[in-house]
Each structure stands twice: as C-alpha cells, then as structure tokens.
Design a protein around this ligand. Structure first.
Ligand code: CO8
Length: 260
C-alpha cells in the first residue's frame, strides 16, 4: 500500500484515512489504488465489524486530481476509469456497515466516495457537490448512478447539471447526508453511528446490506428472491440460534451474538 491512505483498526472499527491534506485529499491514481487494496483487506478481516472513511486535514476529499486528469489521453482515461470504478466498488462492497465522516469539501470523486458508504455524517461547514460539469465532463466514479439512486433523478440532475455545491443542511434536507453535527464532532459522531454494530450478528448485517444493495439493482420480484435466499440462509448461523433462544429465555434485544 502507498502512503496516501491509512488504515487504523481499533475496537472492531476500521478507519480509512485519506491522507493527502495539502491537496484537500484530491484522489490521485495512487490513492485510488490504495483505496482498492485497503477495501479488499478490510473485507477479509474478521476483527473489523464496521468502517469509517474520513479525510486528514480540513477536507474529506475535493475530487479526483484535476491536474492528473488534465494530462490524460482518451486511452489513459479509459484504463483509469475502469480502475477507479473498481476501487470505489470495492469500498461499496465491503460487507460491513460503513460511514463517511465528511468535513470540509466532498466534491466530485470525493462526493462519489461518500456515496459508496452506507451512511454519511457531515460537519455543519461541509460542502458537497458534483462540479465535474464546470470542467467540461460528468461524474465518472458512480455519481450519475449512486447519487440518482440515493436522492432521486431530478435532485441528482440539478447537482450534476449545475455543478453547484450544497451546504450540509441542504444535503440533509435532500437525503444526501444522514446527520449534521458540529465540525469538530464529525469523526466521533461517525464512529458512534457504526459502533452500535460491533458485537452484532455479523452475517445478518452482511445479508441485510447485500439484500438492500443488490435489490436496488434489479426488479422487485428478483429483489424479493435475493431477500428470500439471504433470509433463509441465516437459519444456518449460530447467531440465529442465539438470537431466538435469547428472546425465548430473556425477552427481546438481549442476545449476546457470536459473529458466526
Ligand atoms: N485536484 C487537484 N488539486 C486540488 C483539487 C483537485 N480536485 N482540489 C484542490 N486541490 C488543491 C489546490 O490546487 C490547492 O493546491 P496548491 O495549494 O498547491 O495551490 C490545494 O488543493 C488547496 O486548494 P484551494 O487553494 O483551491 O482551496 P480553497 O479552499 O480555496 O478551495 C475547493 C477549495 C473549492 C475545493 C477548490 O480547491 C476546488 O474547487 N477544487 C476542485 C474541485 C473539483 O472540481 N472536483 C472535481 C474533480 S473531477 C472529479 O472528481 C471526477 C471524478 C471521476 C474521475 C474519473 C477518473 C478516472
């Protein structure tokens, strides 16, 4: 792994830190590749129950590195865009609850990166947007797809056509973020939001995420089949036994899960 993305694991929570603060964590090629590697590592780790993604310094991430993009030819960008989407999809596919802790700017690829998480917590001073149109391009790391699915096509088109930045409070109103907190509480608030899943029924959480995410990509009947297969599969887990026995013996919500 390179030196622009850090991974810290503490108390069952992995923190991915984008660490290129002088460039507002602009996502250059090395960072994109690091992100893919770190996401693959987390997906395979048993000691990680949840994930926080955050930026070092005053911003989450101000987008892909525009200076690097400017120098790319058509064939360069064809190759790179495949790698970039694979990196973002690797993050989106981590089978654990994930949250983006957004301070400062989450623009372009930075906003798209936040969209790969299950939840978004923003500081009061945060600004989010898809300014690619101002560069003569469109979002290329999932922005036209994940953003429209999250906030609806008209609101997504407004942000993508105009390139305008939204404040944290507007982002909350349109469902782009889930929680707004004081700027200096963002990292702790994001951690609090996923800490509740540490010690949870890991395979049920994994199945829940997969059912929602895969179901959104298909028609309703296929989605219901995905749900049914994942639901029935959980009857093979130790945590299903523990959860139901605990209900019978001690009442609801008291189970201590094994993560198996
Ligand atoms: N790329 C490269 N460098 C950047 C970027 C960026 N996206 N954003 C900021 N920086 C650099 C600045 O150049 C500056 O560097 P230096 O100190 O060496 O001059 C430093 O970070 C600090 O930035 P500013 O001085 O501009 O700070 P301000 O607080 O005045 O402004 C802004 C902050 C508003 C974030 C401003 O920097 C800005 O508008 N940045 C560009 C935002 C943008 O356009 N993002 C979209 C990029 S395109 C994209 O993300 C496409 C994604 C899909 C790509 C697929 C590729 C395969």
């Amino acid at each position: 792994m390179g030196d622009c993305v850090r991974l810290d694991v503490d108390g069952g929570i992995a923190t991915i830190v984008l660490d290129r603060p002088k460039a507002l964590n602009a996502l250059n090629t090395a960072m994109q590749d690091d992100l893919r590697a770190v996401s693959a590592e987390i997906a395979g780790r048993k000691d990680v129950a949840a994930v926080v993604v955050q930026g070092e310094g005053r911003s989450f991430a101000a987008g892909a590195d525009v200076l690097e993009l400017e120098a790319m030819s058509y064939t360069d960008i064809v190759d790179r865009s495949v790698a970039l989407q694979a990196a973002f999809t690797a993050l989106a596919s981590i089978p654990r609850p994930t949250v983006a802790a957004i301070t400062g700017y989450a623009l372009g690829g930075g906003c798209e990166l936040a969209l790969c998480c299950d939840f978004r917590v923003a500081g009061e001073g945060a600004r989010l947007g898809q300014p690619e149109i101002l560069l003569g391009i469109i979002p290329g790391a999932g922005g036209t797809q994940r953003l429209a699915r999250l906030i609806g096509p008209a609101r997504a088109k407004d942000l993508i056509f105009s390139g305008r930045q939204v404040t944290a409070s507007e982002a909350l109103a349109i469902g782009l973020v889930d929680e707004v907190v004081p700027d200096d509480d963002v990292h702790d608030a994001a951690r609090r939001r996923v800490a509740r899943y540490v010690g949870g029924p890991a395979y049920a959480l994994r199945a829940a995420k997969e059912a929602v995410d895969r179901g959104l990509q298909v028609d309703l009947m296929t989605g219901l089949e995905i749900e049914r297969a994942l639901f029935t599969g959980l009857f093979a887990t130790a945590d299903r036994d523990l959860g139901m026995r605990s209900f019978r013996e001690d009442g609801p919500g008291r189970a201590t899960f094994s993560g198996r």
